[in-house]
Design a protein around this ligand. Structure first.
Ligand code: SF4
Length: 365
């Protein structure tokens, strides 16, 4: 749609008239474009025309819709076969263009907490709100409730001697990387080092290999392949009981329970992600039906719904590729770039549980 001249009331009338004449009530994604060509908002609707017309009915000038349409010099839209297709297209367009009025997706993500194992020189475990993870990190989640997660991660960091401070990376050194005449002070002034809860990379106390070994153990625990931290706590708890140190044994039991809670939550999350693995048949406008091959909550392939035996073969081939080629780096971690799509797809099936009846297992035999 061409841009219209900017003269508030006149501009709005012109935009409204264009939408009324040109837009259709079909599923689609629309973009509000500013005078300078910036896409300021992306939205989707099952009925594009009705949705766009609603922007011109905003009663109060400070309503979100009124503010968005005031910024727009042009409105563009693209039709897609279904509401689900619109949902995916909206998500991908928002991720690509990051329009400034699109806060909804960020807000969704902020309702969840994630665990990240950072890839800093001395990696640490952190709890993140939303998906705005800076730098390369291995991300696990989403989880609800950040408080218990923080406590459980503190136990894990303590039991493995990982740092939990936000000291800048350049302060981190290992004992086998020290430069002559550049010895750091032998105490970090940090209680975690003094009481043996951190190996102390800030004062070059551990070797690079010993710290890396603890990081590997943390990753293995988060991936569900090693329960070492829990087993060590159970062992210490037994020893404390045998020495009749019941108070200490009780404290160790609480730590152990927090870690077990973390492990169980990770297993539930893995189950939830795995349960979003199927072929999803969606009826499209005008018979444009599609099949979405979803694995671990992410659409890995989209094909026209098969109508002939040859189409069936194409679908089977695509399914085989999705099942065998999609790298699952860790059973519990979600690649950072997949988190938004996982959240959107999980929300879709939660809001539309009957849609699950259109799903079939990913089979190619
Ligand atoms: S001992 Fe050093 S590296 Fe460890 S948490 Fe404390 S300040 Fe950070």
């Amino acid at each position: 749609m061409p841009a219209v001249s900017d003269d508030s009331g006149e501009k709005l009338n012109e935009l409204r008239s264009i939408v009324r004449r040109q837009a259709e009530d079909r599923p689609g994604v629309y973009r509000m474009v500013s005078e300078g060509g910036e896409v300021v908002y992306v939205g989707k609707s099952k009925r594009v025309r009705t949705r766009l017309m609603s922007y011109f009915r905003a009663v109060f000038p400070d309503e979100k819709g009124a503010r968005i349409v005031r910024e727009a010099a042009a409105i563009e839209w693209t039709y897609v076969p279904s509401e689900f297709a619109a949902l995916l297209e909206e998500l991908r367009t928002i991720k690509r263009l990051r329009p400034r009025f699109n806060h909804a997706m960020k807000r969704d993500a902020r309702n969840y907490a994630f665990v990240a194992l950072t890839r800093e020189p001395a990696p640490r475990l952190v709890v993140l709100r939303g998906t705005g993870v800076k730098g390369e990190s291995v991300v696990y989640g989403p989880f609800t409730g950040a408080t218990w997660l923080k406590e459980a991660l503190r136990e894990l960091s303590d039991s493995l001697g990982l740092r939990d401070c936000a000291l800048v990376d350049r302060r981190m050194k290992y004992s086998d990387q020290q430069e002559i005449f550049a010895f750091p002070p032998r105490t970090p002034g940090c209680i975690r080092f003094e009481i043996g809860k951190c190996l102390g990379p800030c004062i070059a106390a551990p070797t690079a290999a010993s710290y890396r070994d603890r990081v590997v153990q943390a990753r293995a625990f988060l991936d569900g392949t090693n329960d070492g931290p829990i087993e060590r706590l159970v062992e210490s708890m037994k020893e404390a009981s045998e020495r009749l140190e019941f108070e200490r044994a009780g404290a160790l039991r609480d730590k152990c329970q927090r870690l077990e809670g973390l492990r169980d939550q990770f297993d539930r999350m893995r189950f939830a992600a795995e349960s979003l693995t199927f072929a999803y048949h969606v009826e499209g406008v005008g018979g444009d039906d599609r099949v979405y091959l979803i694995r671990r909550g992410v659409v890995r392939a989209e094909l026209p719904a098969p109508r002939t035996p040859a189409d069936e073969m194409v679908l089977k081939d695509a399914t085989r590729r999705v099942v065998s080629d999609t790298p699952i780096t860790s059973p519990r971690s979600i690649p950072q770039h997949e988190v938004d799509e996982l959240l959107v797809i999980a929300a879709w099936f939660k809001a539309n549980p009957k849609e699950m009846e259109r799903s079939k297992p990913l089979r190619f035999d």
